[in-house]
Design a protein around this ligand. Structure first.
Ligand SMILES: Cc1cc2nc3c(=O)[nH]c(=O)nc-3n(C[C@H](O)[C@H](O)[C@H](O)COP(=O)(O)O)c2cc1C
Length: 263
């Protein structure tokens, strides 16, 4: 890159010495050139087309791809999913959570703190989106749906299966709130852990911790192709009274239709 400037910043620390940081940049901001970063995706003989669908029910198609991810070396947490929420005014936010269960009846379950930012946003706007991304398979699955809180019993049942340190952590963390220091958390944790240290001691689930179920209305199965003609197959519920165009829209199972989107 031509015309690159070396920028120098001096940071004065409370310990009376100065740290000097230098960046190569374009004068105004630090920059990084990632234009050459490119890896091969799938090739033409590996396309994902309608006749490759494991099922015309998106849950079973999801299961097929998840099972593959579960048995693929290098994918440590295939159940890690980006969860997008938004305020009622449409300001979005995103974070990773772990899906702990899924089924046609119950939807996709995750657990969290009911006072966290995500929970506050879901309270005022129950619409959300989930994104699984498995780069080793060059596949992503996008789900759109609405959430509902799990019952106290369902949340408790899962809480009781968690290791004790995780249970204590759930009590200690008033998730998404500002805290004074790491030490504040550690001290609170140590005190509580000691309190419940007996093997027989049961850690109570705090009432500000529990699960959500996401009921999907859309699933998109995406598979990346090196030439960028990626495969995108979407399942959705037809709108009431919708006239189905058989050229583009195909009848799935259990009330779903599916179609191909341009990459
Ligand atoms: C791999 C991974 C798994 C995570 N799993 C969860 C989870 O299951 N539940 C949860 O509340 N936070 C989980 N987190 C932390 C969240 O990403 C996030 O930091 C936290 O929930 C606070 O988000 P919020 O302030 O938007 O509510 C996970 C983070 C990562 C990277």
């Amino acid at each position: 890159m031509t015309g690159v400037l070396l920028q120098t910043f001096k940071i004065h620390t409370p310990l009376k010495f100065t740290i000097q940081l230098s960046f190569h940049g374009l004068g105004r901001t630090m920059s990084g050139d990632l234009t050459g970063l490119r890896i091969p995706y799938k090739e033409k003989h590996e396309v994902f087309d309608f006749d490759h669908l494991a099922s015309k029910d998106p849950y079973l198609q999801f299961k097929c791809w998840l099972d593959k991810a579960l048995s693929t070396d290098g994918i440590k947490e295939p159940n890690a999913v980006a969860l997008a929420t938004a305020t009622k005014n449409g300001f979005p936010s995103l974070r990773v959570v772990l899906i702990k269960e899924y089924s046609q009846k119950g939807g996709f379950l995750f657990f969290t703190n009911y006072e966290s930012r995500k929970a506050r946003e879901l309270e005022e706007n129950p619409h959300c989106s989930l994104l699984f991304f498995w780069p080793e398979l060059m596949q992503q699955i996008r789900i759109e749906g609405t959430v509902s809180k799990l019952s106290e019993e369902e949340s408790l049942r899962y809480f009781n299966t968690r290791p004790k340190p995780n249970q204590v952590g759930a009590i200690v963390s008033r998730q998404s709130q500002v805290v004074s220091s790491r030490q504040f958390l550690d001290e609170k944790y140590d005190a509580l852990f000691n309190h419940y240290s007996a093997k027989s001691a049961v850690v109570p689930k705090p009432d500000y911790w529990g699960g959500y179920s996401v009921q999907p209305s859309v699933f998109e199965f995406w598979q990346g192709q090196s030439d960028r003609l990626h495969d995108r197959i979407v399942f959705r519920k037809p709108v009431k009274g919708e006239t189905i165009n058989p050229e583009t829209t195909h009848l799935g199972e259990n009330g779903w239709v599916f179609e191909r989107l341009s990459p």
